[in-house]
Design a protein around this ligand. Structure first.
Ligand code: ADP
Ligand code: MG
Length: 322
């Protein structure tokens, strides 16, 4: 199977009518028409076999995850997806891999009305690079530098289950529980697109990002960009039932530094409390107030009595120790 046959068979689908796609796969460029007056939101993520996913990872889940992590970036900005491109390096044109990969990819793309509009295909070590295009109303994007001292700190869903799944898969000695109960949280993350758009439309919601490298590490990006600090109430962190069997220290590690969560971490003026809860309800996602932004730099994690907890966990850094 040649390159063009591969593209035609697996990736060249007609874009749905009525969306932003004027011209999709097949020409030198795709043509997208955003809603007049809106800004384009653009994000790229690369997934490399052996670093971001296991060699031999199930291709359907990989198709889902490759798009999900990119859509999660649009969600974190409050953007609505318009389409995406896919650059693919493949060791071989393997039908048994391509068909389920495309199935996982398009199932999520269809669910979010985000058509594939172009890409590039080459032979090489398995690498997936996606670029997503979205749109957002001017001035409404949820930027990392927009937090203010006194803002409430909010989290969608729950963190930690993907980290537990990784530990169970690796056989890390502290891990307890059934892999089946948590593996979808690692392999098939849910991009919080409806929530991101609802938050962008909510007065008083300010900064946001998606938690991919651990809650504390990613919180640090908001704090740095906004020139602020934060206090997290450890007791407020939502805990998945699957984490209940862990010892307290590893549970807190999972919650605060797990990684691969793809939940939204965002700040809002305290006066927006009810509106934030309503945005969560409209999107069908639980949202929890987990702390507060402060003008003093750095973060603190407080126990129920308001005392500082010692936190040894840090956000996952791909180049740490390298
Ligand atoms: P060019 O040489 O002009 O870059 P290509 O031969 O690389 O064009 O690709 C032909 C068409 O197929 C282009 O429209 C391109 O966007 C599309 N395409 C290539 N690879 C992919 C892919 N993996 N997924 C979707 N579209 C693809
Ligand atoms: Mg090309």
């Amino acid at each position: 199977m040649g390159e063009f046959e591969l593209i035609a068979r697996h990736f060249a689908r007609a874009a749905p009518a009525g969306g932003a796609v004027v011209l999709g796969v097949g020409d030198d460029c795709a043509l997208l028409q955003p809603t007049p007056g809106h800004q384009l939101a653009v994000s790229t993520d690369m997934l490399v076999e052996g670093r971001h996913f296991f060699a031999g990872a199930e291709p359907e889940a990989l198709g889902h995850k490759a798009l999900a992590v990119n859509l999660s970036d649009l969600a974190a900005m409050g953007a609505r997806p318009l389409g995406f491109t896919l650059a693919l390096a493949l060791p071989a044109a393997d039908e048994a891999w391509l068909a389920p990969f495309a199935r996982g990819l398009f199932a999520l793309a269809d669910a979010h009305h985000c058509p594939l509009v172009g890409g590039d295909t080459t032979r090489g070590p398995l690498t997936l690079s996606l670029t997503v295009f979205g749109e957002v109303r001017p001035g409404r994007a949820l930027r990392r530098d927009a937090a203010r001292a006194g803002d409430d700190l909010w989290l969608s869903g729950r963190t930690g289950e993907a980290r537990l799944a990784l530990a169970l898969r690796r056989g890390e000695p502290w891990a307890r529980g059934e892999l089946a109960a948590v593996q979808d949280r690692m392999d098939r993350p849910t991009p919080r697109l409806a929530l991101g758009q609802a938050l962008a439309a909510t007065e008083g919601v300010r900064a946001a990002l998606d938690v991919s490298d651990g809650l504390l590490g990613d919180l640090g990006h908001i704090l740095q960009a906004s020139g602020l600090g934060a206090a997290i109430d450890a007791e407020a962190l939502p805990v998945a039932p699957a984490l209940a069997a862990l010892d307290a220290e590893h549970r807190l590690d999972c919650l605060l530094a797990g990684g691969d969560d793809y939940e939204l971490l965002f700040t809002a003026d305290p006066s927006a409390h009810a509106a934030v809860l309503a945005a969560g309800a409209s999107a069908g996602v639980a949202v929890t107030r987990i702390g507060r932004l402060r003008s003093a730099p750095g973060w603190r994690v407080l126990d129920a009595q308001g005392h500082d907890l010692t936190i040894r966990a840090r956000g996952f850094d791909h180049f740490a120790g390298a």
